[in-house]
Design a binder for this molecule. Sequence first.
Ligand code: NAD
Length: 353
Amino acid sequence: MTLFDSPAFEGHEGVHTFFDEKTGLKTIISVHSTALGPAAGGCRMWAYPDAEAALTDALKLSRAMSYKNAMADIGLGGGKAVIIGDSRTQKTPELFEAFGRAVDAVGGRYWTAEDVGVSPEDLQNARKQTRYVAGLEGHAAASGDPSPVTAEGVFRGVKLCVERAYNRDLNGVTVAIQGVGHVGAYLAEKLHAAGAKLVIADVNQTALDEIAAKTGAKIVSTDAIFDVDAEVFAPCALGGAVNADTLPRLKGKVVAGGANNQLATPEIGRILFDKGMLYAPDYVINGGGIINVAGEIRALEAGGAFDPAWVEGKLSTLMLTLGEVLDRSVAEKRPTHEVANEMAKARIAAGRS
Ligand code: NAD
């Protein structure tokens, strides 16, 4: 299959590959769209089996960033970088400096940040060679850990979905949280403060014990989390949590959480909708993190300081957008993820024209 025929290609503006002989850097910087502003999305370092797998991942991730950034209304397009390599054994400062040169060569059409396998320290090395880096620490524009903002957006989104599906507030509602890492842990605390009852699962016992002590959450196994008698299932771990095996086991009407790629396939979203359940599209409800990063890019561009009030304004708007997705889904009798995709594409097309 050639690049332009790949189903993941879908109108990418640019796909840039770079090789650095000295450090062995192999990176693909994929720019899906700059219609709404420079493309922004993290850099992932992963031991892909081959370049084709890396390319497919880069294309899918950058398109997803276009949609996420369009829905978050942050004046940014969508892009992503992947570095082919094992982040545990193949990282060097020089490799990330070479990556910085690659980002710089894209000429400001792509801003990079953290993703799986890439740390703030790595980005610091990239920053020596380019200014198009967000997610650094220790300067006035720095946005810090995006997880609390992501969790705040997810919390408000869960609240909205419970209002829509059950016509009640969160007090006394049971929420099953899959994964209490960065986002899941903050979410658990917010839900607890709002009076929700929590059931949690994770592979990390220490994280579970900590959250259970703080919130009184009940701990269940990673498999049993799908069978919990809960109004809300909140995926906050890996992708694909809602699939042909797990969907029939969910007892509640709401699926709303922080994880990316919650639906194993688009068809699962259709089945969920036909069952009368409500799914908060993942890239809309979890957009708080990229809003936080956008706050940093904005401050860097202006040479000013990070402005939390701007972030809060965008987060509030994002929740109105989520409400619009839910409204249109009801009015048009269509699954929420289809409505969200259509809205994102329309926003990008409007930016282009
Ligand atoms: P994290 O790695 O801190 O947390 C993930 C947690 O899931 C970990 O505690 C891990 O042990 C747990 N986990 C792994 N496998 C599991 C399983 N089978 N069952 C239950 N738990 C399991 O990551 P995070 O930053 O909290 O991100 C969580 C999800 O949210 C990811 O999908 C991420 O892409 C997405 N996301 C995060 C942010 C952010 O700001 N951090 C923003 C947008 C989206």
